[in-house]
Design a protein around this ligand. Structure first.
Ligand SMILES: [Cu+2]
Length: 146
């Protein structure tokens, strides 16, 4: 029965199969939003991609140490109340709100997480981090170009 243990050597918990598939998926464009190291803010405040494009949106969390610095990117409709959505969200648990266009999973320190979605019609769309308490400080703009 010793053999049973041999295949089970502890491997670090890498990206999930779902995330690996999203990073491997062919897309029209990749947009990376970088979260600052050791600070509750986005380094990337403005990103753009063409309307209708299939886009891989990536949250790249440059944080190294603090376990509280967990971030995502949630893109909302132009007229959405980002403060309210930020308050109603609880990390990965987002409110069932049609104003939310797409969202990455939460990325822990040093992690990258992706979502693939179709760019909305031309315009400017706010994005926020919905980790509790972050939405007020972590806001940016996704520009959908004609
Ligand atoms: Cu955050």
């Amino acid at each position: 029965m010793l053999l049973l243990g041999l295949g089970a050597c502890a491997e670090p918990p890498g990206p999930s199969p779902e995330q690996q598939a999203l990073f491997a998926q062919a897309v029209d464009a990749e947009v990376v939003v970088r979260a600052a190291k050791n600070a509750m803010r986005f380094e990337t405040l403005r990103v753009e991609a063409p309307a209708g494009a299939t886009v891989r949106l990536v949250i790249d969390n440059a944080e190294t140490t603090s376990p509280a610095m967990v971030h995502n990117v949630v893109v909302v409709a132009a007229e959405a109340d980002v403060e309210r959505i930020g308050q109603e969200a609880s990390g990965d648990r987002l409110p069932d709100d049609p104003a939310i266009l797409t969202a990455t999973p939460l990325a822990g320190p040093g992690e990258r997480m992706a979502v693939v979605f179709t760019m909305p019609p031309p315009g400017e769309y706010p994005f926020i981090c919905t980790y509790p308490g972050h939405a007020r400080f972590m806001q940016g703009t996704l520009v959908s170009t004609p």
